[in-house]
Design a protein around this ligand. Structure first.
Ligand code: ZN
Ligand code: ZN
Length: 381
């Protein structure tokens, strides 16, 4: 059980993290702060620099048994925070607006509980992964050779999800978060004087044709197995000037599918639309892919373990609002472990994730920690 002093200290720690947000791939100071806290909990091992700035702490019973991993994320967002709170972000243009500061703190709370009441068999891994927001972190952690030593049999994560009542959890067996993929399209022609556009090769008409064509690749609608959505997120043609007929264009499009397999085809279809348009208008086309998120799919056994744990400690739960269109890179941990993601409500009227006025509610820290603690002891005694 967390004491009043625990809650005071954990809240202080969460707010300190909140004031110093670091974005994906740059989480050096956050990782150092986590290591300093973990050292106080005397785990068997602390691993650092996992897949970037990732940190893991291993609590080992010394008795044979399964390994259970609990995951939090280190990174913040490149968004300016709007807040009157004394713990408002002190870094211009960056903010912990997805609640990862709270998720990290829930894991440290679990560490305190495990120190007081150790597991009877197997191991617990507290995993603080880097770069969740751009979809690169979980893959990098799992691909890190050091991960083999801590590869879990079970993996669990809690993400706070506004729109749900405070302390209520949604989860389900199967799809939780869609697969998604960013595609950057660069079209290159030739600039010319705006008075003589016929002397150049402008990408304007190709872009005008591509925007509706790319959007038509996926129109959203119900989130069933065939779900597809293409969202144009950025377009630039030439430079802001009146004297130049443009010689280049950039289009950003985010492709989204329910599962990983249809993504391949959607990506192929997008590329072929662009190549056709490039040929028609005599342009060169180049592609870049980024922010590649696998679908996040809950294993049946892991979901049932989590539901039993929540029922045992009186946490209301159901499957409302699932699956979600938004992506989450936790799915990668489920490639080699029985994994389940739980969506914990911060209150129905709470600001949405990635909004400038979002802040993680500290009162969720003991709720998340209690769910994790019960899962750990249910699986490991
Ligand atoms: Zn986020
Ligand atoms: Zn998040």
């Amino acid at each position: 059980m967390l004491t009043n002093s625990d809650l005071v200290e954990l809240t202080e720690f969460r707010r300190a993290l909140h004031m110093k947000p670091e974005v994906s791939g740059e989480e050096a100071e956050t990782a150092a702060a986590i290591v300093a806290e973990l050292e106080k909990l005397s785990p068997a091992r602390i691993l650092t620099k996992l897949g970037g700035h990732g940190v893991a702490a291993v609590f080992d019973s010394g008795v044979d048994g399964p390994t259970v991993l609990f995951r939090a994320e280190l990174d913040a967002l490149p968004i300016e925070e709007l807040s009157e709170n004394p713990w408002k972000s002190q870094v211009q243009g960056k903010g912990h607006l997805c609640g990862h500061d709270g998720h990290m703190t829930m894991l440290l709370a679990l560490g305190r509980l495990l120190k007081r009441k150790p597991i009877a068999k197997g191991r617990v891994v507290l995993m603080f992964q880097p770069a969740e927001e751009d979809g690169s972190g979980a893959r990098a952690v799992v691909a890190d050779p050091a991960y083999a030593d801590i590869a879990p049999d079970w993996a669990f994560a809690i993400h706070n999800e506004p729109g749900r009542p405070f302390g209520y959890v949604s989860t389900r067996i199967g799809l939780i978060n869609c697969a998604s993929q960013g595609l950057v399209i660069r079209l290159t022609g030739k600039t010319s004087h705006a008075a003589n556009p016929e002397d150049g090769i402008s990408p304007s008409l190709a872009v005008a044709e591509l925007l509706p064509a790319l959007s038509a690749l996926g129109q959203g609608g119900d989130l069933d197995d065939a779900f597809k959505l293409a969202t144009i997120t950025h377009v630039q043609i030439g430079e802001p000037s009146f004297g130049i007929s443009p010689g280049g264009a950039v289009i950003y499009v985010t492709l989204r599918t329910a599962y990983d397999e249809p993504m391949e085809n959607m990506l192929k279809a997008a590329r072929s639309l662009v190549l056709d348009a490039a040929q028609k208008f005599d342009l060169n086309a180049a592609f870049e892919t980024c922010d590649e998120f696998a679908a996040s799919i809950n294993d049946a056994d892991a979901t049932n373990v989590a539901i039993a744990a929540m029922n045992a400690i009186g946490i209301a739960n159901g499957d409302d609002g699932l699956p979600m269109r938004a992506s989450e890179d936790f799915g990668v941990f489920g490639w080699s472990a029985k994994a389940a993601m739980l969506c914990l409500g911060p209150g129905e009227d709470h600001a949405a994730l990635h909004n400038p006025d979002y802040d993680f509610p500290d009162d969720l820290i003991p709720v998340g920690a209690a769910i994790f603690e019960r899962i750990a002891h249910d699986l490991l005694g």
